[in-house]
Design a protein. Structure first.
Length: 191
């Protein structure tokens, strides 16, 4: 088996995530992961004690990456116009980043069989985005840049169309312009 270059732990995570995204967590074996990573089973076990340990490491890695992206994008919010750019950057991240796309696909496959997977899906793709957006709207209201109203409901109204296209193939370049218009209209109504 050809040896892949790079950090063995990260290679294992990357290859596992790709396999899980296609076949589902339960259907993938340690042997398949080791083969994809270009290592033997014993080398895999030196890095991770079990398939569950690999999955747990994946969740931790993805959560760190996701929250880092949210923090990076949200740190630049200095008014209503910046919210629009924030939305577009996060949509791009959620639909174009290979790790996040594969993770969402894995959770979609597994969430109907496993309540823990369903909870992870909700946390990553519903709770974190809505709560992050809600906090931004609270801050904009405190600055007097937005009308009163329920910031969480505002977050739901803004995020819903973005969330819808997580599930279907689409022409990203065409859709992003429609989302830009959606965000502009929405933000014009609430400011």
């Amino acid at each position: 088996m050809p040896r892949l270059k790079g950090n063995t732990k990260e290679i294992i995570l990357e290859k596992s995530l790709k396999l899980f995204a296609v076949h589902g967590y339960e259907a993938v074996s340690i042997r398949q992961i080791a083969n994809e990573a270009g290592i033997g089973n014993s080398a895999l076990y030196k890095n991770y004690e079990s398939k569950q340990a690999i999955f747990d490491a994946l969740v931790n890695e993805l959560k760190q990456r996701y929250l880092k992206q949210c923090s990076s994008v949200n740190s630049n919010i200095r008014g209503v116009e910046a919210v629009k750019e924030n939305c577009l950057k996060m949509f791009e991240y959620q639909t174009q980043n290979e790790w996040i796309v594969n993770f969402r696909q894995l959770l979609l496959i597994e969430k109907f069989k496993n309540p823990k997977m369903a909870e992870l899906y909700k946390e990553f793709f519903v709770d974190i985005p809505l709560n992050t957006q809600k906090e931004i709207f609270i801050e904009l209201q405190n600055q007097g840049l937005m009308t009163g109203g329920d910031p969480y409901v505002f977050a739901m109204e803004l995020y819903a169309p973005f969330y819808l296209f997580h599930f279907v193939e689409h022409d990203y370049s065409e859709l992003i312009e429609k989302y830009r218009t959606h965000a502009e209209y929405f933000l014009m109504l609430i400011s």
